[in-house]
Design a protein around this ligand. Structure first.
Ligand code: KIV
Length: 263
């Protein structure tokens, strides 16, 4: 287990270079990883940041949404990714209800760092500032996440794009500014009207990492399963599959079964 003091200097330096990338580019490429071989391949391929997202509940563990993901699951997968990665900083998600109070948020952020995370992320803006302050005050690099929040899917009654009404735009901008003022290094902008994501990107010092939020952000993040076509049962419309891992797996397994059964 790593202590907070062992947060790697090289990774902290890379995280601090995000500010430079916002000004001079190139845009930041982020992908999710949950296991050793995938994380190792993504790191070797040059991804800037790896996210052990709580999306693992859906694309790896077969849960209906991310609300059932636990700290134990996040710790298990963060440790696997840490063992694989030499270069890219590893961000780990605080799962649903693991940050209800500032004390709980800090204790769980410290557990993720001990398991191998270089930074932590949680979903929410203005309503979570005490939690985020506690994390940042302890020296843990922090990434925000605003817009459509998958952990709130039940309260929201579905996955709904944000920034469609003046009230939503006002809330999104207030959330982004609050995260920026408290010292978030970066913030994920998920599923929001592209013009709102562009406006937030202009107004904050932190790097914005978009997903389903248009191209005018400082970087992009995707769930790797969507990018490589390894979760064929659902892919969001904005995610272009650049490989067909599911198809290739089916082909190889069918060939193997056929060969075994005809021997
Ligand atoms: O859990 C996750 O994979 C995420 C990304 C969609 C940003 O939070």
């Amino acid at each position: 287990m790593r202590a907070l003091s062992s947060l790697s200097f090289a990774m902290l330096t890379r995280l601090s270079q995000l500010a430079e990338r916002k000004i001079h580019g190139p845009p930041i490429a982020v992908l999710t990883a949950y296991d050793y071989p995938t994380a190792r391949l993504l790191d070797e391929a040059g991804v800037d940041l790896l996210l052990v997202g709580d999306s693992l509940g859906m694309v790896v563990l077969g849960l209906p949404d991310t609300t059932g993901v636990t700290m134990e699951m996040m710790l298990h997968h963060t440790a696997a990714v840490r063992r694989a990665v030499k270069r890219a900083p590893v961000i780990a998600d605080l799962p649903s209800h693991s940050y209800d109070t500032p004390e709980q948020a800090l204790a769980n952020a410290q557990r993720l760092v001990a398991a191998g995370a270089d930074a932590v992320k949680l979903e929410g803006g203005v309503g979570f500032i005490p939690q985020i302050k506690a994390i940042i005050a302890a020296g843990i690099p922090f990434i925000g996440h605003i817009g459509m929040l998958p952990q709130s899917v039940k309260e929201e009654g579905g996955y709904k794009k944000k920034g469609k009404t003046p009230a939503q735009v006002e809330q999104l901008i207030a959330d982004a500014i609050a995260l920026d003022e408290v010292g978030a290094l970066a913030m994920v902008l998920e599923s929001m009207v592209p013009e709102v994501a562009a406006e937030i990107t202009r107004r904050v010092k932190a790097s914005t990492i978009g997903i389903g939020a248009g191209r005018q952000t400082d970087g992009q993040v995707l769930v790797t399963h969507d990018l490589i076509g390894s979760f064929p049962w659902f892919r969001p419309p904005f995610a272009k599959a650049r490989a067909d891992v599911a198809g290739e797996t089916l082909r190889a397994v069918r060939e193997y079964v056929q060969e075994c059964q005809t021997a």
